[in-house]
Every structure is written in structure tokens, then in C-alpha cells.
Design a protein around this ligand. Structure first.
Ligand code: TTP
Ligand code: MG
Length: 355
């Protein structure tokens, strides 16, 4: 593992609240809080997240909604719309996958991007980060923060320091100046309990842990103690875990006018199939499943899927998509929208240098 690595951690800024701002221009300039219903101050439940205006007022994630209401009863209080956030998340992940074939999504709004091999230096990785930020800002239209470093642990630490809307690069030589003075619970895997145990050993900061006596750590925590000390020194050799099962590639289009014209619909299916195939090919994937989504003019939506022999050709997609459409389409009903999705993706063997 002495090859120099370059890893990004991309974390969306105030994600749920940012998604709400994106679709509702009336929220501009307001404190926005996504979470439980405040019910005039009597509500139970918590704040899931809030925008930076609300944060300036002292509101934060996991705070009881009743307290947030006491701080700012005039804020916009919104319920969570998970399907919508998932959709935005998928768009962000799609952008990231355009930059590297190794992406590990770790939560709805966060992913590692491995750039080892693709860049010659961390400075170059930071340029990638800039381009990623630009793309995500353009479409879907959100802001994110990016940590740039030589492993996952440090990329994650760096991303916290990049918030909001920034990029933070941390080199190997900068580990102790970057995090030596930080409190222990800023370190990955150190929670309240571990922090208290470390403090009882007179270890008070990440820098303190980095230099702590190994035997003492071993006897207090076992081998985990050594692992913690390694983290405090910025050491982490873990590889990205790719989320193949989560992968699918889809395209949809809305017709100019609702239509039941078979020719027009088949043409659109062909176009979408070609786009999906081109993208699968670019990413080096074959797929085993095709889904067609039909939305009628009354907005009712139908999904139909079928397994196929692993393939990545447009013809294979189109012929299956067309059958699915012919099987399921109710003649005479007008279509508003149609979509084609390939899933059950498989990486071509021998494609990945890092795998
Ligand atoms: P985070 O990335 O932790 O927070 P964030 O994106 O809202 O803000 P930041 O700019 O600091 O990254 O979490 C991502 C989403 O997860 C967040 O938008 C809402 C949800 N979430 C909860 O539901 N409860 C919580 O306690 C936290 C922390 C997040
Ligand atoms: Mg976030």
C-alpha cells in the first residue's frame, strides 16, 4: 500500500433543506427546517436538518423541534420528502460516477470518490473536486463540500473542514497541524464513551492520542486502541466499497404533447435505449434487467420489468423495452412520459485496475 492515493469525500450541504430550497423559490431568505411538525411549539420529534440561516440562529440536526420553534417560530417547517431526496441523491451520485469508476456511496448525501491512478497529485485531485462542485451546482443545482486527501479517513475529516460549499485539501505532512488540536470526538469512531475513557488516561486531543503510549492503549482497549491511535495519525488503508447493487442507469422523457401514437412512442423508446446503452458502455457495465416506466396523462404510473441475458447493447435494451411496452400499454390511453432503466448491472471483468 505505498502507492500514493487520492480520495475525495463529497458531502452535500444541508442536504434535505437544500433540496427544498431548490424546488421552492418562496423559501429564499428564510430559515428552512426539515423535520417533525412543530405543532405550534407542542410538537414532538426532532429537526432532521436545516439551512445555514437557521443554523446561525442556533438550530441544528437532532434538536427537539419544540426548541427550534422557540428559537424561530417563523421559520419554514417542512416534512421530509424522502422519495424526492433520493431522486436528488441519485442525480448527485450520477455526476460523481462520471468522474471515477470507483465511487462508494456512504449515505444519502455523501460518497467517496477514488482518484488514485487518475491524478498525479492531490493538487490535481483538488481540481477534480472543483469540477465536481461545478457540475453538481449546475445539475441538480446543489452545493457540496469536498475533502481531498490521501485516504478515506482524512478525506472525511477534510470535508468537515470544507463546509459549507468549500474544498479542503490535507496532505500527509499536514495531518498533525490539521487535526492535532481537535477534540477527540472529531475523530472517526470516537464517541462520548471512548472519549471519556481516553480522557481518563489523560489523553485530551487527537494530537495527544497520536502520541499516546501504545501499551497503555492496548491494555485499555485491546487492538482497537492501536487502531484509534493510527486514525489519530491519519493512517487508514481501507479501500472503497463499491455499491454495485445500487447501480442502475435510466433515462426518461416527457412528450411535448400527451400521445398514444405508437410510432412516436417507439421512436422515443429507441432513443432512450440508445442513451442508456451508451452510458452503460462508457461506465463498463453490462446489465441483466430492463424496466419500462409508463406515465399516463392522468399521472398514473406503471413499471414493468424483465430479465435478459447480460448485455450492454442498445438493441437488447430496445427489443425488451418495446415488448414490455406493447405488453402493458393500454391502447387508446395517452402517455405523458416514458422511461427506460437498465439494472442488475455487472462490471465487465478485467476492466478495473483498482479492483
Ligand atoms: P448531514 O450530511 O450530516 O447534514 P446536512 O447535509 O444536512 O448538513 P451539512 O451541510 O452539515 O452536511 O446529513 C445528511 C442528511 O441526513 C440531512 O440533510 C438530513 C439527514 N439527517 C437526519 O435526518 N438526522 C440527523 O441527525 C442528521 C445529522 C442528518
Ligand atoms: Mg451533508
Amino acid at each position: 500500500m505505498d502507492k500514493k492515493r487520492a480520495v475525495l469525500l463529497v458531502d452535500m450541504d444541508y442536504f434535505y433543506a437544500a433540496c427544498e430550497e431548490l424546488r421552492r423559490s418562496d423559501l429564499k431568505g428564510k430559515a428552512v427546517i426539515v423535520g417533525a411538525d412543530p405543532k405550534g411549539g407542542k410538537g414532538r420529534g426532532v429537526v432532521m436538518t436545516c439551512n445555514y440561516l437557521a443554523r446561525k440562529q442556533g438550530i441544528k440536526s437532532a434538536m427537539p423541534i419544540s426548541i427550534a420553534y422557540r428559537i424561530n417560530p417563523d421559520a419554514a417547517y417542512l416534512p421530509a420528502d424522502f422519495p424526492y431526496y433520493e431522486e436528488m441523491s441519485a442525480k448527485v451520485m450520477h455526476v460523481l460516477r462520471g468522474f471515477s469508476e470507483k465511487v462508494e456511496q456512504v449515505s444519502i448525501d455523501e460518497a467517496y470518490v477514488e482518484l488514485t491512478g487518475a491524478v498525479g497529485s492531490l493538487d490535481e485531485a483538488a481540481e477534480y473536486a472543483e469540477r465536481i462542485k461545478g457540475k453538481v451546482r449546475a445539475e441538480p443545482g446543489l452545493s457540496c463540500s469536498v475533502g481531498v486527501s490521501f485516504n478515506k479517513l482524512m478525506a472525511k475529516m477534510a470535508s468537515d473542514a470544507a463546509k459549507p460549499d468549500g474544498i479542503k485539501l490535507v496532505r500527509e505532512s499536514e495531518v498533525s497541524s490539521f487535526m492535532g488540536n481537535m477534540p477527540l470526538d472529531k475523530l472517526y469512531s470516537v464517541g462520548d464513551k471512548t472519549k471519556a475513557r481516553l480522557e481518563s488516561m489523560n489523553i485530551k486531543s487527537i494530537g495527544g492520542l497520536a502520541k499516546a503510549n501504545k501499551m497503555a492503549l492496548l491494555s485499555e482497549f485491546g487492538s482497537i486502541g492501536i487502531e484509534l491511535r493510527n486514525y489519530a495519525n491519519g493512517i487508514d488503508e481501507s479501500a472503497l466499497v463499491e455499491n454495485y447493487e445500487a447501480k442502475s442507469i435510466g433515462r426518461e422523457s416527457t412528450f411535448e404533447h400527451d400521445t398514444s401514437d405508437q410510432k412516436e412512442i417507439e421512436q422515443e423508446l429507441m432513443k432512450l435505449s440508445k442513451e442508456v446503452a451508451a452510458e452503460a458502455l462508457k461506465a463498463g457495465f453490462a446489465f441483466k434487467n430492463i424496466t419500462v416506466k409508463i406515465r399516463y396523462s392522468d399521472f398514473s404510473e406503471h413499471l414493468h420489468s424483465r430479465g435478459i441475458k447480460p448485455s450492454s447493447g442498445a438493441e437488447a435494451i430496445y427489443s425488451t423495452a418495446r415488448l414490455l411496452y406493447l405488453d402493458s400499454f393500454e391502447r387508446g390511453r395517452k402517455l405523458r412520459k416514458i422511461g427506460v432503466r437498465a439494472s442488475g448491472l455487472m462490471k465487465y471483468s478485467g476492466q478495473s485496475r483498482l479492483g
